[in-house]
Write a protein that binds this ligand. Sequence first.
Ligand SMILES: O=C(O)[C@H](O)COP(=O)(O)O
Ligand SMILES: [Mn+2]
Ligand SMILES: [Mn+2]
Length: 546
Amino acid sequence: MLQKSASFPGIRGPIVTIVMDGYGIAKSDVGSAIAAATKPTLDRLFANYPNITLRAHGVAVGMPSDDDMGNSEVGHNAIGAGQVYSQGASLVADAIAAGSIWQGAAWREVVAAVKGGRGVLHFLGLFSDGNVHSHVDHLRAMIVRAKEEGVKTVRVHILLDGRDVPETSALDYVLPFEAFLAETSDDSFDARIASGGGRMNITMDRYEANWNMVDKGWRTHVLGEGPQYDSAAAAIEALRAEFPGTIDQDLPAFVIGRAGVPVGTINDGDAVVFFNFRGDRSIEITRAFEDAEFDKFDRLRVPSVTYAGMLQYDGDLKLPKRFLVDPPAILDTMGEWFAKAGITQFACSETQKFGHVTYFWNGNRSNKFDGETYQEVPSDVVPFEQRPWMKAAEIADAMIDALKSGKYKTLRCNFANGDMVGHTGSFRAATMAIEAVDLELARILPVIDALGGVALITADHGNADEMYEIDKKSKQPAKNADGSFKAKTAHTLNPVPLILYDNVSGGKLALQASETAGLSNIAATIANLLGFEKHVKWDDSLLVVK
Ligand SMILES: O=C(O)[C@H](O)COP(=O)(O)O
Ligand SMILES: [Mn+2]
Ligand SMILES: [Mn+2]
């Protein structure tokens, strides 16, 4: 049981945690949609309430190095667990470096299924070095190993990124990779790219927001339906010419074919490795391969394959059954320990971030703890630069209702705007996204006051804080050939805010700033606000009681 705090009795009213997804604190205002936004509520909070910055990237959230940006999974895991675990990106890299991945049952079964030309080994996943969902180095290592172990035919199905890496960088990955495949192929080994498309167009939907994406991916990778090209590079060039201005993540699907015949449909007896390590966008395509009963779209043909995920994407649902590397075993989350203490908890977001404040928050667990209530607001299925306000108002409505119900001692929500609109690369829309969040904060905060509660306002990583690639030399936005600014769609390496909105302690409470304070310090801070000592495994609280 969590121990009662000797020094602080706890706040009488509710404790609310608000995650402004993709809201970082940039060093410069150049290219920041946050700096450009009119945001009187946030300005007032920063001016009048205790606030510090938190580390939200690199090793502070379990990534392999401080060159790695943060992301929603590792950020929400760190917040919810109050501890830092080595995350998928690190675990896979380590398993490859140590060679342990090749000894695991999953890899052995995959190789055994296709070895000696019995079947084709397919790799499918996000094709970049973004290290959020996948890393192309992992793919290369598996192809080299497959050849060494006697696999004869490899087909690679590539999801173009442009969201965790520069927006039109696909050829920077495709050209060297096609050269690598050509070098690795010989009389006894044939490895080629077989199909692909933009990650926000096919295959990588999440939280069941739009199964049509997965349907399109299935037709492309499995059935080989769609426009055919000679090579991935040719496909990308042709599609860019056909759809000018379309960035990589949105490019249509394509199939590589010879004389009208696709080079790599997926068939009975083949093996498929889905090489993403992160779960949210891997679950639906995994279900399409694994579920016997399936009603999300008509699969038309369901090949009997040996399917493996890079990690297990959902431990509760056991998806997939076969996986190459064990996921982090995230234990002793605040959700679990607050439930054990009889604290009622409310969690809300819109579809795009719903799993972030539930599943990721609770250490990648899909079942609720006792006393938890979840509310999902359905997201729009549109390009978010067209609706930058997204569902911020509806999330605020839900939070206000839940607060007023008096049923919950802790409440949490995620506003998706700064991140989802930040990923579109539209500066103007991202500015409006931040303004929408600001407007809704102004509605929620007075309700918290009326109930004698406090709020922690924070973020999981940056995004809208840098909307342009910055030229390293001039420190000004980099430009495209046509003179326009080069949009940056990825997350940033910047720290995030932690604001303590407190009108009840009479100035008794403050936050401890430090170089090392990070997202994993939030759980203990909330525990203290509830009047508990932190769990021994949690990183220190940042709450100062004066
Ligand atoms: O999946 C995505 O949309 C991006 O790769 C990462 O964004 P998120 O980590 O904020 O979800
Ligand atoms: Mn996020
Ligand atoms: Mn994001």
